[in-house]
Design a protein around this ligand. Structure first.
Ligand code: FRU
Length: 914
C-alpha cells in the first residue's frame, strides 16, 4: 500500500525550495586566472594589475589571483610552481628574465595549463599566447624621434638600458641601435646598463657626465630611469643642454606624460601594459576560442605636442572604466534584488505546491484513517465477540469447576454421616457385654480406628479446600501446652507400645501457657505424629520436646523421630501440596504438612524441617497474645467443634445416664427432622429409651411440629423440601411453636452456616460427626434450661405485664393471654376455646404451649387470674363479696367462695376481715 511520510515530504520540498533559491552565478565554480607579476613596486606594474583587475571584474565568474615576484627570479619561480599546483585555468606570466623562467613555463604547458606571456618574453615559443608592446618598435620610435628633431646636426646619444636578460631591454636596444646606425649625424656614444629603477643608473651616469659632458640626448628604456637621469642632469645644470627621452608614457602624477608636460622629459614612448588585453585573451582561452600566438600592442611617441591629448584620452578611458564599474555595481545590486525576489517567489510557489500536496495528503490520510477506523471497529467487534466467548467459557469452566468442587465437598460432607453412624454404633457396641465377653473388642477397635482414620482424611480434604479459600479463622485460647500435648500423646501411646517405640514427651516448663487454636494445633500434632509413627521402624524413638526460651517471646516444639528421614533434595518441597518423599512408598494424601504449615502460620508462627538420622520438625510459636487480633482470641475452646468421640475415653466421657434421665424426666417429646434413615434409626433407638420420639423426613416437619408441639426439636439442614434453617425459622416465628428449643444437626461446619443457624433462631448447632454423648447431654441441658425458664416465668408472672423485657417471644404470648383474661374478667362464659380462638391457635396447641412455658393448664391459669383479681378487690375495694364474685367472672358467689378457699386456704370473708 502506498504510504505518505509527511516528514520526508517536507524535507524534499525544503530541498527543492533551497535549490531553487540558489544564486547560480555565485555558486557556480569560478574560473581562476593566476598572474605571476615581476613585482608591484612601480607605477607601471600597478597600472597593469589595476587594468587586469578591472577587466576581470567585468566577468563575475573569473577569479583573478596575482602573486608578487618582488623582482626576484627565485621568488617568481616559486609563484609559478604554486599556480601549477593549484591547477589554475590560465596562467599569465610577466617573466623578470627570459632564460631562468622558461623551464617553468614549459612545465605549466606540460601540465595542460594554458600560459599567457605578457610584457617580457621567454626563450622559445612554448607558450599559448604572447601579449605586449613592440619593444623593437619602441627603440626605433625613440631613434626616429631624435632623428626627426635633428636632420643635419651631429648629435651624441647616451643610452641607458633596462635589466640585462629581460627581453624589453634587449629589443628596445636593438630597435634603437638599428635606426641610429642608419642615420649618419646620430651616434650612441655610451651605454649604461640599468635594472629599470632610477637608483641603478644615478651613480654610473654621474660618473660618466663628470668626464663627458658632450652629449645631446639620453634615451632611457623607461620613464623611471629617465626621471633619475634628469635629476642628475639638473644637479649638474645640464638639464637644459641634454634632452631625456623615456619609455612607458603612463598617465597620472608621476607618469611619463606628466613628465613631458612638465618639460622634464623631451618625450616618452608609450608602452601599454596590456593588462586588460591579457584578461580578455585569457577568457577567450578558457572559453575555448582561438587566440593569436602573438598579440603585439601599438606604441606611440608622446611629446609636448600630443601630451595633453594623450593624457585626456587616458583620463577619459579611466573615467569610462570607472563608470562601467559603477554600472556594473548597480547591475549587481539589481541582480541581487532580482535573485531575492525570485527566491521569495520560489518559496511562495514552493509553499503553495506544498500546501496543495498537504491538502491531498490530508484528504488521503482522512480517507485512510476512516478506513482504518472501520477496520478497527470491525476487529473490535470481533475481539468483543471472542472476549464474550472466552468469558462464557471461563464462566462455564468456573461453574463446572465450582460444581465439581462443591460436589467433592458435598460428597466429603456426606461421608461424615455414615462415619458418624459407624463411630456412634461402635461407641454403643463397646458397651455391649456380649462383645466384651466374646473378646470382640479388638475387632471393634480396628473398625473404630479405621473409621476414625477415614474421618480424619475426609476432614483433611475439607480443611484443604477451606485453606484454599482462606476460610480458616483462628480461635485461640490460653492453653497449658504440656496438658494439651499430653492428651494427644495419650492417643499415640498405644501405637508406640505396639511397635516398641520409645515415645517421650519432655518440657522445660510444665506451666507454660500459650495462645493456640486447639482444634488446629491438634491437627498439626496429629499429622506430625502420624508421619513419625508411619516412618519410624520398630524399636525406634519418637520425641516431642517443648522448649520454653526464658527471656524470649517464643517457644519451640520439636517432633523428632529416628525414621527413614527425608532426602536432602526433597526438604524444600515437604510443605508443598501433594508432596511425597522420593523414599516414601506408603500411601499418603500429601496435604497434611501443607495444612500444618498453614495452621502454624495462622498463629504467626513457623515450621521448619531438618533430616539427619531421622526427621525433625521444629515449630516456633509466640508467647502471649499481642501477635493476635482481638477477634482471633476466644475465652474458651469452641465446644461446638468437638469432633470425634474417643473410643478409649468413652467410659469417662459418657455423661449420658439413661436411668437418671428416665427417673427425673417423664415423657418429654422429641421431634427428629432428618432424612437419613440410618441416622434416624440410630437416634430413635438411642433416644426412645428416655423420650417420646417423633420422626419427620423434613417434608411434613412444620405440620408435625404444630401438631405435636414437642418439647425439643432436632433438625438436620440438608433436607428434601425446605432446609433445616428455613424450618427452624418458620417454627420460631410461629407463636404456637416459638418456645420449642431447636438443635440444628448438620455436616456443614463453616462459620457462615453456623451464623445462619443461629439467625434462624436455633438454640444449638451441632456438626457431624457428633458424639452421641454430646447430643444427649445437649438435649438434657436444653430441657433443663427450658425448665429454668419456666420456673422463672412462674415466679415472675407479675412482672410479665410490666415494661421489663424478658427478651423472648414467650413474654408477648403471656401478655396476650393476660390481656384477654383481663378483658373478660367479669365474663363467666370466657373459656379456653374462646381464648384459643382469639389467639388463632387450636385448643390443644394453646394447652401445650402454656403447659410448656408455665407448666400449668389454661383453665387453671384463667381461674388463678380471676382469684388473684378478686383477692385484690377484696383488699382494695368496698364491693360486696357477691359483687366481687360476678366482677371476676364467677357464675355464682358460692362457686367463687369454694374456689377461693381451695386456693388460698381461707374464705373471701375471712380474708377481707383479716
Ligand atoms: C616596469 C618596467 C617598465 C618597462 C618594463 C619593461 O617594471 O621597468 O618601466 O617599460 O618594465 O619590461
Amino acid at each position: 500500500m502506498l504510504r505518505f511520510n509527511f516528514s520526508k515530504l517536507a524535507v524534499i520540498f525544503a530541498l527543492i525550495i533551497c535549490y531553487g533559491c540558489n544564486n547560480s552565478k555565485e555558486d557556480a565554480k569560478k574560473l581562476t586566472i593566476g598572474f605571476s607579476q615581476t613585482g608591484v613596486n612601480d607605477q607601471w606594474r600597478k597600472s597593469m594589475n589595476e587594468s587586469m583587475q578591472i577587466q576581470s571584474d567585468f566577468n563575475s565568474d573569473i577569479d583573478l589571483k596575482i602573486l608578487d615576484g618582488k623582482d626576484n627570479v627565485e621568488k617568481q619561480i616559486e609563484d609559478i610552481k604554486q599556480f601549477i599546483k593549484e591547477k589554475v585555468d590560465v596562467l599569465i606570466i610577466s617573466p623578470i628574465k627570459s632564460k631562468p623562467i622558461t623551464p617553468f613555463v614549459n612545465k605549466a604547458i606540460e601540465q595542460g595549463i594554458p600560459v599567457l606571456i605578457v610584457d617580457r618574453k621567454i626563450d622559445g615559443q612554448n607558450y599559448t599566447s604572447y601579449i605586449g608592446g613592440d619593444n623593437i618598435q619602441i627603440g626605433k620610435n625613440a631613434a626616429n624621434y631624435i632623428a626627426s628633431l635633428n636632420k643635419n646636426d651631429d648629435k651624441k646619444i647616451l643610452e641607458i638600458t633596462g635589466l640585462k636578460g629581460s627581453s624589453p631591454a634587449k629589443e628596445r636596444h636593438l630597435g634603437f641601435k638599428y635606426v641610429i646606425s642608419a642615420i649618419t649625424n646620430l651616434s650612441i656614444t655610451h651605454t649604461i646598463e640599468g635594472n629599470w629603477e632610477a637608483n641603478s643608473i644615478k651613480e654610473p651616469l654621474n660618473t660618466y657626465l663628470d668626464k663627458n659632458k658632450d652629449i645631446d640626448y639620453i634615451f632611457c628604456h623607461n620613464d623611471r630611469m629617465a626621471l633619475g637621469a634628469w635629476e642628475i642632469l639638473a644637479d649638474k645644470k645640464l638639464d637644459k643642454k641634454i634632452d631625456v627621452i623615456g619609455v612607458d608614457g603612463l598617465t597620472g602624477a608621476n607618469g611619463g606624460i606628466q613628465l613631458v608636460k612638465d618639460k622634464i622629459l623631451k618625450a616618452t614612448i608609450y608602452y601599454p601594459t596590456g593588462g586588460d588585453e591579457a584578461i580578455k585573451t585569457a577568457i577567450k582561452i578558457i572559453n575555448g576560442e582561438k587566440v593569436a600566438k602573438k598579440n603585439i600592442l601599438e606604441t606611440i611617441v608622446i611629446d609636448s605636442r600630443n601630451a595633453d591629448i594623450m593624457s585626456n584620452q587616458f583620463d577619459k578611458i579611466i573615467q569610462h572604466q570607472k563608470d562601467i564599474l559603477k554600472q556594473q555595481e548597480k547591475i549587481k545590486l539589481q541582480e541581487e534584488t532580482y535573485t531575492n525576489q525570485s527566491n521569495v517567489l520560489k518559496i511562495v510557489f514552493g509553499l503553495f505546491i506544498l500546501s496543495i500536496v498537504l491538502g491531498i495528503f490530508s484528504i488521503y490520510s482522512g480517507y485512510n484513517i476512516k478506513k482504518k477506523k472501520q477496520e478497527l471497529e470491525a476487529s473490535n467487534i470481533e475481539i468483543k465477540k471472542q472476549r464474550n466467548k472466552i468469558k462464557k467459557i471461563a464462566t462455564e469452566a468456573e461453574l463446572s469447576n465450582e460444581a465439581k468442587v462443591n460436589f467433592f465437598t458435598g460428597l466429603s460432607h456426606e461421608f461424615k454421616t455414615p462415619i458418624t453412624l459407624i463411630l456412634s454404633s461402635i461407641e454403643s457396641l463397646s458397651d455391649n457385654k456380649t462383645i466384651r465377653d466374646n473378646n470382640l473388642t479388638k475387632d471393634i477397635r480396628l473398625i473404630f480406628n479405621n473409621s476414625k482414620r477415614l474421618l480424619r482424611l475426609i476432614n483433611q480434604l475439607l480443611d484443604f479446600r477451606k485453606a484454599e479459600e482462606h476460610q480458616f479463622k483462628l480461635k485461640a485460647s490460653k492453653v497449658n501446652l504440656l496438658e494439651f500435648s499430653e492428651t494427644i500423646y495419650e492417643d499415640f501411646k498405644y501405637e508406640a507400645q505396639k511397635k516398641d517405640i520409645k515415645f517421650t514427651l519432655e518440657t522445660n516448663n510444665k506451666d507454660l501457657e500459650i495462645y493456640i487454636d486447639k482444634n488446629l494445633i491438634d491437627k498439626v500434632y496429629f499429622n506430625l505424629l502420624s508421619n513419625a509413627f508411619k516412618f519410624t521402624p520398630e524399636n525406634g524413638e519418637i520425641t516431642i520436646k517443648i522448649e520454653d526460651h526464658k527471656n524470649k517471646d517464643f517457644i519451640n516444639i520439636y517432633f523428632k523421630d529416628t525414621g527413614i528421614g527425608i532426602p536432602r533434595d526433597d526438604l524444600d518441597k515437604v510443605f508443598k501440596a501433594f508432596f511425597r518423599g522420593t523414599n516414601n512408598n506408603k500411601s499418603s494424601s500429601g496435604i497434611g504438612l501443607l495444612l500444618s504449615k498453614e495452621f502454624i502460620e495462622l498463629h504467626k508462627g513457623s515450621i521448619a524441617v531438618s533430616s539427619k538420622l531421622g526427621t525433625e520438625f521444629t515449630i516456633k510459636l509466640h508467647k502471649g497474645s499481642s501477635h493476635l487480633s482481638e477477634d482471633e482470641i476466644i475465652c474458651e475452646t469452641d465446644v461446638l467443634e468437638t469432633s470425634v468421640i474417643n473410643f478409649f475415653n468413652e467410659d469417662e466421657d459418657n455423661v449420658f445416664n439413661e436411668s437418671s434421665i428416665a427417673d427425673s424426666q417423664d415423657n418429654y417429646v422429641i421431634l427428629i427432622i432428618e432424612d437419613n434413615l440410618d441416622l434416624i434409626k440410630f437416634l430413635k433407638s438411642k433416644l426412645s429409651l428416655n423420650y417420646e420420639v417423633h420422626l419427620s423426613n423434613g417434608i411434613d416437619a412444620i405440620e408435625k411440629a404444630l401438631d405435636i408441639i414437642p418439647d425439643i426439636i432436632i433438625c438436620d439442614v440438608n433436607l428434601p423440601d425446605k432446609d433445616g434453617f428455613t424450618i427452624c425459622e418458620v417454627l420460631k416465628n410461629d407463636l404456637r411453636t416459638s418456645h420449642i428449643p431447636t438443635i440444628i444437626l448438620t455436616a456443614l461446619e463453616s462459620r457462615d452456616s453456623y451464623i445462619k443457624g443461629l439467625e434462624s433462631g436455633a438454640d444449638l448447632y451441632l456438626t457431624k460427626p457428633f458424639s452421641f454423648s454430646v447430643l444427649s447431654q445437649s438435649i438434657k441441658t436444653t430441657i433443663y434450661n427450658r425448665e429454668k425458664l419456666r420456673y422463672y416465668f412462674i415466679n415472675n408472672i407479675h412482672k410479665i405485664n410490666s415494661q421489663e423485657n424478658f427478651g423472648s417471644t414467650e413474654q408477648d404470648f403471656i401478655i396476650q393471654i393476660n390481656n384477654l383474661i383481663e378483658d373478660n374478667i367479669d365474663n363467666s362464659n370466657f373459656s379456653v376455646e374462646i381464648m384459643a380462638e382469639n389467639l388463632n391457635i387450636s385448643r390443644v396447641q394453646l394447652y401445650r404451649k402454656l403447659k410448656a412455658i408455665l407448666g400449668v393448664n389454661v383453665s387453671d391459669y384463667i381461674l388463678n387470674t380471676r382469684l388473684d383479681k378478686a383477692k385484690k378487690l377484696l383488699k382494695e375495694s368496698s364491693l360486696s363479696i357477691s359483687e366481687i364474685a360476678y366482677a371476676t367472672g364467677f357464675s355464682s358467689p358460692n362457686y367463687f367462695s369454694t374456689s377461693f378457699k381451695s386456693k388460698f386456704d381461707t374464705s373471701p370473708k375471712q380474708y377481707r376481715d383479716t
